[in-house]
Structure formats: C-alpha cells, structure tokens
Write a protein that binds this ligand. Sequence first.
Ligand SMILES: [Zn+2]
Length: 257
Amino acid sequence: MSRRKKSKELCVYCGVEPATTRDHVIPQCLFTPPLPLNTVTVPTCKDCNTKKKSQDDPYLRDMLVFDNDCQHHPVVQQLLKGKAIRSARTNRSVVARGAIAAAQRGMQPHHSLGGLYLGHYYLADLDAVTINRILSTIVKGLHYKVLKQRLPDNCTFEIGRLDVLHIEELWAHWQRTTYNGPYQLGDVFWCAFMYVAEVPGATTWLLFFYGGICYSVATMPTGMTDSLLLEFNDHVTPGEGPSVKYKSKDDGVGRKV
Ligand SMILES: [Zn+2]
C-alpha cells in the first residue's frame, strides 16, 4: 500500500479521523509473555487508541481476572500475582474498588439468569456502560479484521454475558449453523461470528475470555427490525431456525468475585 493511500485510511473505531496508529483489538494486558504471534491490530486514530480504548483496557482485564469464572486459568493466576494485583493495591483499579466495597457488604446469594441458585459470592457492581463500550469497540475491530470493512456507523449493539449454564447448549447450536471461526489468540481469547451478507452490519458474535466468560454481541443496522432480520437469517442457518433466535439479556451489573 502506498504511503499516500495509507494516510487516507480512516480510523476503524470512529470512522472520522485518519488512522495514524494501530490498536491491539484484544488488549495486550490480557496476556502474559510471550504474546501470541497472531495478535489482531487495526488502523486507528491516536485519540481512539491512546485516549479512549487504552484507558478501558485495565477495566476489561480486571473485570475478567477478578471474576470467579476465570480463576482456573493459568494466565489469570499469573496476572493476579502481577499487574492486576498491583493495580488493586495502589487503588488504581476501578473494578477492585468495587470488589472491596462488595466484600464489606458480605456474601450474597447469586442466581443464574434462569433463576437457579449458584451459591453465595461477593457480588461487585460493574458499569454496564463501560462494558458495552469496551465490547462494542472490540467487535468493531474484529469486524474490520475478518470482513475487511468497517462496521456501519448506524449499528446498534445488543450485548449480554451468557449464563454459564447455557454456553454449552448455545455453542452446540452454533455448531449446527454456518458460523465463522473460531478465531483464537493463545488460550486467552477466542471468538466466532455469523453475519448476513445482504445486510451490512447484521452480525452476531461470541467472545470467549479465559475459557470461563462468554459474551454475546449482536449488531444490527438502525431501522432493521428483528422480524426482517430473522427472515434473512433463515438463509444462513439451514435447518436449525434463525441464528439470532438466541438473545441474552444485558446483565452487566452483577458478577461473582
Ligand atoms: Zn478514531
């Protein structure tokens, strides 16, 4: 690519400013050395990279590594001995501050989305707005990387953390469909997605972190109704019904720590 053409490339995230840097879509702080060779980077402007996304990276790391569902993972164990715990001890971690406040409230009963009692845990509040911003930005980056085009700016995002009890069932459903992926970065992250070629911006993603936490992200162009989208999805999901049939609720405000 010529230098001139490159300088005209727009930021994948905002679509307004020229791209002058490259951002790691899946933040490097989620890994311990050595980094996987296939880290995903996309062209971005300096503001989106250093002022916006980079400042959210520690939040994502901490909400994952302090979560009970990731404790089994060796990289999480290492992060908990290093950067994550240092950030908590120096009071720089927003997530850790919430967890400390939760500990003072004592253990609370925790239920699955379906209402099943899962045990007593310290339940910390997470900021749904921040989580949605982080995950929608990641999906913008992944979309550009795998489909070679920006996600349209008029998209809405529907984001939900999957109930751990339903992940296997959902993944079994996906395996009977025409999904793309999985794309994997070490054993820290993997994702799979479906898209509707006739409707730019209509996509559904599964984002899996540390083999313990899975988020679903559905994107839809504004004005596209669910029923119309379901019609399109009948074409890409032979025999198993519409691929966006599953929709999770955004429960981004409760988690086990
Ligand atoms: Zn930008």
